[in-house]
Design a protein around this ligand. Sequence first.
Ligand code: BDR
Ligand code: CA
Length: 307
Amino acid sequence: MLDVDPGHDDAVAIMLACGATELEVRAVTTVAGNVPLEKTTRNALRVLTFLGCSEIPVAAGAGAPLERQLVTAEHVHGQSGLDGVKLPEPGFEPDGRGALRLMAEVVRGSSEPVALIPTGPLTNVAAFLRECPELRSGVERVVLMGGSHGPGNTTPAAEFNAYVDPEAARAVFRSGLPVTMVGLDVTRKAVAGPGELQALRNLGRVGNAAADLASYGFGGSAGSGPIHDAVAVAAVVEPGLLETRPAYVDVECEGGITCDETVCDFAGVAGEPPNAGVGLDLDPERFFELLYRSLKNLQEAGSGPAS
Ligand code: BDR
Ligand code: CA
């Protein structure tokens, strides 16, 4: 299941997940983050409509963080959340069950534990774990885009998704579920240069949209910004793609200049057992090969409407 706040890189993550033959996307839930909830939900519907994947239910979740005011990122993703990219209007409606009920029904109805891949603030995931504790055993693991062992991108210490809802991030790291932290340390390596963007465009309609998404705000053919969220999906599709190291991760929710930082205790200084595998390295070539392969599958299936 994907939990997203599209956002350009979330959109590429959805594309990768839908195209990867190794994954079955059971649901897409939306959360407020890059832009408010109404827009992230609309954007998820537009991406899936473009891909011809309207059988995947999309349900709206939290419109605000657990305990804080929402902070959004229009300065990165534009007013719509997907500025600069041609996508169709939504061809289907959001699922009336809402995110938490949809998540619960997918987990309950699955014969095998389900992987959760959140690529926005962790509000929905934390709420789901709090409200449905009996379903935790149905969650195989959480592979999240968020946090950073090194520098942040929203403050010197904090990555955006952790910054928006640090209490939710803390709850997920403390949940006892296996967590993989796909933070800035690895996602900053998923940057497309002119060669990668051209390879995407050569794939046709879907690849072209992915190239537009990746390069929005970064000068088109000159290169892209980090395609953060797609790395979390890639880490599930291709185990071994990331080099991870176990650590006890907690989130600073009270501090001053270090507020919202994901503090990674690799050496066990706090005396706590590891609660996460922290991504420390990524082979960008393998990441892009996987992205091309997955988008090619979508291209070949190709049933979506023109944008
Ligand atoms: C994260 O913040 C958002 O702007 C992106 O979609 C990504 O999930 C990177 O810090
Ligand atoms: Ca995101």
